[in-house]
Design a protein around this ligand. Structure first.
Ligand code: ADP
Ligand code: MG
Length: 366
């Protein structure tokens, strides 16, 4: 299959709301997905990801709002006329059909000729690296192979939009890691506008051009992976994307102050009620109780070591700040770093560079 980016379509989601009784599955969601983009919906279980995907596919009708593919309003268009390929969470393969029977299904629905079906099924199976598997039964396949069959069935009619709902969640971690890279490569090859759903933040960071973080049916932030991780808009996004502790800060005379000391910040602070985001991998060890290495861009936090946990690829050092807050630092495990590790009970100074000092809005303050 040749790259067909020219056939890809932008998606415009405008003020979409969907309620089930008292529950807002989607609450006034607006998202622009660019033509050919790989956009991920990321959020915890029950946040509305599947509902939004079902609205895009046409299986769920929203209460309010508009949905455009290109310039065309789609809300009233039935699923089979939307030109959308879909991979469901549980694959939803037909167990009694062969691999080829499953993959050819969308083409038979569209009354494509027999000879063309054969050629396109073979091509789709090649694309997902299942060439020669056409006559196998579904029950003869591994989880990863079933997932590829579902994918081949979703792309065989060359839809302009591809929707995937947690397609890797049933696979073990090794296979999942490999499939993430493969799906990404396939997207680059085929170029279709893709909306991908996951609750796994690392998967979202690995695969996406942009990530839409949703919670309780609301869009929290829509941005590129690095921006979402490094500049989360609020406490929820920061917490969901990575290990985080938050320190309460105050505004005093135009400065942001923690425990009486003004913070050194690279960016102007946002409005509202703020918290300082402390990520373990952004903290550094400045030296036991000393001020060594503190330059004018460094924020220093005295702490005492409460625990050290070895995790193989890194260690986690837990410390307590004078106000009782628990924070953690992730460190390297190479021999130099190991030889300088403090011990439980030691007084240390943790450093947070101004460039790593990120303020986020406290939840409920949006
Ligand atoms: P996610 O895919 O992020 O886990 P869903 O979109 O499936 O979340 O669900 C969002 C919310 O809407 C949840 O509270 C869920 O219970 C509710 N919901 C979804 N589908 C239905 C339905 N058909 N009937 C009633 N409630 C539903
Ligand atoms: Mg879901």
């Amino acid at each position: 299959m040749a790259a067909n980016t020219s056939g890809a379509l932008p998606i415009t989601v405008r003020n979409i709301t969907k309620t089930y009784g008292d529950v807002y599955a989607l609450n006034d969601v607006s998202i622009d997905v660019q033509s050919g983009e790989f956009l991920t919906l990321l959020g915890p279980s029950g946040s509305g990801k599947t509902t939004l995907l079902m609205v895009l596919a046409g299986f769920t009708r929203p209460d309010r709002g508009s949905l455009l593919f290109g310039e065309q309003e789609m809300i009233r268009t039935p699923p089979h006329q939307r030109d959308v390929g879909m991979v469901f969470q549980n694959y939803a393969l037909f167990p009694h059909m062969t691999v080829a029977g499953n993959v050819s299904y969308p083409l038979r629905l569209r009354r494509v000729s027999k000879s063309e079906i054969e050629a396109r099924v073979a091509q789709a199976l090649d694309t997902v690296q299942l060439g020669g598997y056409g006559e196998r039964g579904i029950d003869q396949l591994s989880g990863g192979q079933r997932q590829r069959v579902a994918l081949a069935r979703a792309i065989v009619f060359e839809p302009r939009i591809l929707l995937m709902d947690e397609p890797l969640s049933a696979l073990d971690k090794k296979l999942r890691d490999r499939m993430q890279i493969e799906l990404r490569r396939l997207h680059e090859q085929l170029g279709m506008t893709t909306v991908y759903v996951t609750h796994d933040q690392r998967e979202a960071l690995t695969m996406s051009d942009r990530i839409a973080v949703i919670n309780h049916g609301r869009l929290m932030q829509l941005d590129a992976p690095e921006a979402i991780y490094n500049r989360p808009a609020n406490q929820f996004v920061a917490d969901f994307l990575g290990e985080s502790t938050f320190l309460s800060v105050e505004r005093q005379n135009g400065e942001i102050v923690y425990q009486g000391a003004p913070l050194r910040l690279a960016d102007a602070p946002p409005e509202g009620n703020l918290l300082l985001l402390m990520r373990p991998e952004r903290l550094r060890l400045l030296g036991a109780g000393a001020s060594v290495g503190i330059d004018d861009q460094m924020n220093a936090f005295p702490a005492s070591v409460t625990d050290i946990v070895y995790q193989g690829d890194s260690y986690l050092l837990y410390g307590r700040l004078p106000d009782g807050e628990e924070i953690s630092l992730r460190g390297a495990t190479h021999s130099d770093a190991r030889s300088q590790l403090p011990k439980v009970g030691d007084a240390i100074t943790l450093g947070l560079h101004a460039n790593d000092a990120v303020l986020v809005r406290a939840d409920g303050d949006r």
